[in-house]
Design a protein around this ligand. Sequence first.
Ligand code: NAD
Length: 257
Amino acid sequence: MRLADKVALITGAASGIGKETASLFAQEGAKIVAVDLNDYDGEKTVSEVNSAGGDAIYVNANVSKSSDCEHMVKAAEEKYGKLNVMFNNAGIMDSRDDNAQVTEEDVWDLTMAINLKGVFLGCKFGIPAMQRSGGGSIINTASFVGIMGAATPQVAYTASKGGVISLTRELAVIHARENIRVNALCPGPLRTELLMKFLDTEAKKQRRLVHIPMGRFGEAKEMAKAALFLASDESSYTTGAEFVVDGGITSAYVTPE
Ligand code: NAD
């Protein structure tokens, strides 16, 4: 098993990438601390993991709140004695996010608070726990738009993901000699709740699909497999990376007319 004896904390574990990752990491031997705001679906993730023979607990935390992030890391150490893997994955894409003129400050602030500050706070409390555990792997979910920009204006989201990539790079350098690796997972467009609720007609989906060389959306399961590589010791020489898993979209990006 690729994560035997590891303890992994996953934020946004109630849905999409986080949920699939909780399941895959557990199959690979990790003990799972599943974190979300959505208690109903978060508990569901945990009961599915446990009924499949895994070992998981659910912790309610809002990643944009310092005290909640401190609490989720503490919960991991109290229950399982250590923290080896931290997947800072929770994120939002607000439907009111647009260009700079139209986007309201509250949309900007909320997006930054969850997508960027949430990752910072995860690292703020997760890194000391990893130092106590003798090292570990941090995976921060960014996006291909943090590298390329988005075809449909969503300035707060894109800026937040650019911030995640820069933060990741700097933390990777700071902690490289402490056996703590920090990488940014940059998914392409996925067939998860987050994106599909915006691309809610076939025409809208097709407009995005023409840009993806593989001609399809990615699956949350495919991100979980990439996260597994970054979490495991197989990626022992990988740190500070923008780990792009995007069906080729960043190699063939064109602006629609
Ligand atoms: P999702 O909406 O299915 O899951 C996100 C989860 O995060 C939800 O369970 C939600 O309850 C949780 N969450 C939201 N705000 C939170 C908060 N403040 N505290 C704790 N939990 C919170 O979305 P997904 O597609 O699985 O997205 C996961 C990550 O991947 C996000 O960071 C997203 O930006 C990123 N991403 C998604 C896509 C895509 O196309 N879906 C592409 C690139 C990057």
